[in-house]
Design a protein around this ligand. Sequence first.
Ligand SMILES: [Zn+2]
Ligand SMILES: [Zn+2]
Length: 94
Amino acid sequence: MKCYNHHDRDAFGVCKICGKGLCLECMDKEDDMVICANEHGRRLLSDKILNILFILVGLVCFVTAFAHDFDLFKILLGVISVSIGVGGFKKQKK
Ligand SMILES: [Zn+2]
Ligand SMILES: [Zn+2]
């Protein structure tokens, strides 16, 4: 099998996401998975940042709600944000 991007090079691995053959220059590793460099790496990273942001926003909602006004809307928003963030992390591990 040849690299998807360099037809003159042998592939050293196959992308777990799209199944393309990749040479050493084109492959990247994400949690021990071989993936296309640049193409999926950035997407996985931005997903992680997004999940962390959701959890942070949720925690801020909790803290401000409990520290100040016990606003039920903020508590609800916190629960939803944290569950979206944690759910996103669980989805990625599968
Ligand atoms: Zn790929
Ligand atoms: Zn290549």
